[in-house]
Design a protein around this ligand. Sequence first.
Ligand SMILES: Nc1ncnc2c1ncn2[C@@H]1O[C@H](COP(=O)(O)OP(=O)(O)OP(=O)(O)O)[C@@H](O)[C@H]1O
Ligand SMILES: [Mg+2]
Length: 358
Amino acid sequence: MAVTEEAVLAALKRVEDPELHRDVISLGMIKDVKVSAGTVSLTLVLTTPACPVRQKFESDVRTAVAAIPGVTGVNLATTAQVRSVRSFDQQSIPGIRNVIAIASGKGGVGKTTVSVNLAVALAKDGAKVGLMDADIYGPNVPLMMGLGSLPPMRDQRIVPAENFGVKVMSMGFLVKPAEAVIWRGPMLHGAINKFLKEVEWGDLDYLLCDLPPGTGDVQLSLCQVISMSGALIVTTPQDVALLDVRKSISMFEKVKVPILGVVENMSSFICPHCSKSTDIFSKGGGARAAEELKIPFLGEVPLVPEVREGSDSGHPITLTHPDSPAAKAFVEIARKLAGQVSILAAQEQEHLKSAWKV
Ligand SMILES: Nc1ncnc2c1ncn2[C@@H]1O[C@H](COP(=O)(O)OP(=O)(O)OP(=O)(O)O)[C@@H](O)[C@H]1O
Ligand SMILES: [Mg+2]
């Protein structure tokens, strides 16, 4: 029996995206179906190159096609096309599909460390990534990304610095740290606006935005200047963390920025001498907060000296020790984050469709 394209599409109609819970055909994820004798060639277009369920997805598609009577071979290619959560937002910047805020209720919990490692992990998976340091008062991103200065301007526009496949912009490139402290709100907004609109970001799937610590006016208006796809909250595990997470969330609710998830940083301390694990800051606060507040918990990063050393030396652990538990945690969290963005983008699309029908 000759295999037809219709038979392939019908079989794939039964394959669901495990996260979006819809079939791959109606999600537009299958392209270039060709049948030649018994061999079926097709392309699976994921919603992110950092897909957390990529292997399962590929094997589900392969199995469904291979099960069609008459199929003797399956040539599956996989690509990705990241969708924007805010495709119709007037404030969105052409070419930048998703801006993600990395925030915390209080300082020093590891926002910048998390931002840098997630950016690097997403880029390693093949995503087009930018990292914007919105912490005007303590711009640490250049140091942690091993960058010192910006390249020359091109056509009167700022060209971001680049390392490890990530484009970076930071106030740290423009002012000395001591000068930054005199900056006030309105100047800050001007600077952030410039960072977004006058920087040659090019084509980006994700622009991670490392926010300053806290939940004050500055953070609030930053979220209004930038059309955010969502926010990731970083916390440490103590019980008091719950209070801070709640504060962060209510700030984002005010400006209608959805929460993509919570990350617990500085979870267990793993002793470099005896490998024993100690919960210095307690454990599980992030997961508890996420459960109570009904937001996704994306994972925990252990407290290990290599993370700090990587940050200080500008060589993120995700690249230097990819097999370490911390690096694996960052990669997993980055993929879950990308997955959450895909879910929101799909929901937004559904929402728009139903709005137009009315
Ligand atoms: N998992 C970790 N293990 C070890 N050290 C860590 C870890 N996470 C962060 N650090 C270290 O803790 C310090 C604070 O981290 P970081 O600067 O990323 O926090 P932050 O939340 O951005 O701070 P701020 O609120 O000042 O912007 C840094 O020295 C960093 O290297
Ligand atoms: Mg910081």
